[in-house]
Design a protein around this ligand. Structure first.
Ligand code: SAM
Ligand code: DTB
Ligand code: SF4
Length: 330
């Protein structure tokens, strides 16, 4: 990191102020990537154990409450109206279906329920309906998260009033690579929405997708852009691209598993007190690769048989994995 005075020479107030203004550089994070894997994982473990119980894992369950027909052109997404994919277009789900899915998630052991909508951003009439969903899910005793796209002035406060705990809005990739994947909105628009979420007092969930043809430097820059948010997101989903037939990224060459593990470790080291979520892509990962991700500091997963439109490991398979690794759901 930039020249930071030794903590021992500082008063606690000065140390806290310094930590708040500390900025990671792309060179810092590239240097992490270049460490021998054993050293990188050791460092990530040290940081992880200073901030968390390394045997605990947070479980979030996803539900697509409004699927398909999205106006945006995100090159990885099954739900864009611009690509011929297997995902159809559906209306907003009725409240009772959402509540039933949330209750089932709670019964399976999830602590957070995340509702996703294939929108560029919500219309005000949609937001009122999502507000009802948030109230109902919260009353079941679950943490609530929604991911609805870009927010306009006042919308974040409405979500906060409904009792929303987290808003998910991913930076997705490095600002300099963004235009190669998405042209219908800008990286800066995403940052703007994250600012509105923060201002409304909602916790931020923001991460990205790895394996879209970006370079290691792009990956390091994405981690820097997340870590330098002030404060960093409380929750950081690291998705492995799920290639979707019919999308522009359907045939991108997959990245090496160790490069993915390095990305998790870089997220853990740069965002020590955030939950780092091993997100999309687990279905294609061996248990051993997932365990390496946990060793590198991932302490959260999407839990449930489906992500938004694609598959995820079955809950009973995940429970066996937790048993094998001695992981305890939070
Ligand atoms: N429309 C809203 C938005 O884009 O913010 C919310 C839903 S969108 C599907 C949520 C996130 O899912 C995206 O930002 C992206 O990170 C992730 N995602 C979508 N398709 C994916 C894929 N094929 N592989 C990995 N992650 C994906
Ligand atoms: C996030 O970072 N990943 C989730 C959630 N936030 C909304 C979505 C993953 C989607 C994977 C592809 C699909 O199922 O459509
Ligand atoms: Fe729409 Fe979100 Fe998919 Fe982009 S990622 S096409 S905004 S649903």
């Amino acid at each position: 990191m930039n020249a930071i005075p030794q903590a021992a020479a500082l008063t606690p107030e000065h140390a806290a102020a310094t930590a708040r203004t500390a900025r990671w550089t792309v060179a810092d994070v590239e240097a992490l990537y270049q460490l021998p894997l054993m050293d990188l994982i050791f460092r990530a473990q040290q940081v992880h154990r200073e901030h968390f119980d390394a045997n605990e894992i947070q479980l979030s369950t996803l539900l697509s409450v409004k699927t398909g027909g999205c106006s945006e052109d995100c090159g990885y997404c099954s739900q864009s109206a611009r690509y011929q994919t297997e995902t159809g277009r559906e209306a907003l789900l009725p409240l009772d279906e959402v509540v039933a899915a949330a209750q089932a998630a709670k019964d399976q052991g999830a602590s957070r329920f995340c509702m996703g909508a294939a929108w560029r951003g919500p219309k005000d009439k949609d937001l009122a309906k999502v507000g009802e969903m948030i109230r109902a899910v919260k009353s079941l005793g679950l943490e609530t998260c929604v991911t609805l796209g870009m927010l306009k002035d006042g919308q974040a406060s409405e979500l906060k009033e409904a009792g929303l705990d987290y808003y998910n809005h991913n930076l997705d990739t490095d600002a300099s690579f963004y235009g190669q994947v998405i042209t219908t909105h800008r990286h800066a628009d995403r940052i703007d929405t994250l600012g509105q979420v923060r201002e409304a007092g909602i916790k931020v969930c923001s991460g990205g997708i790895i394996g879209m043809g970006e370079s290691r430097r792009n990956r390091a820059a994405l981690i820097v852009q997340l870590a330098n948010l002030n404060p960093p997101p409380e929750s950081v989903p690291i998705n492995h691209l799920v290639p979707i037939p019919g999308t522009p990224l359907a045939d991108v060459a997959p990245i090496d598993g160790f490069e993915f593990v390095r990305t998790i470790a870089a997220a853990r080291i740069t965002m020590p007190s955030s939950f780092v979520r091993l997100s999309a892509g687990r279905q294609a990962m061996a248990e051993e690769l997932q365990a390496l991700c946990f060793l590198a500091g991932a302490n959260s997963i999407f839990y449930g048989d489906k992500l938004l439109t694609t598959g995820n490991p079955e809950t009973d398979r995940d429970q066996v994995l937790f048993e094998k690794l001695g992981l305890r759901p939070i």
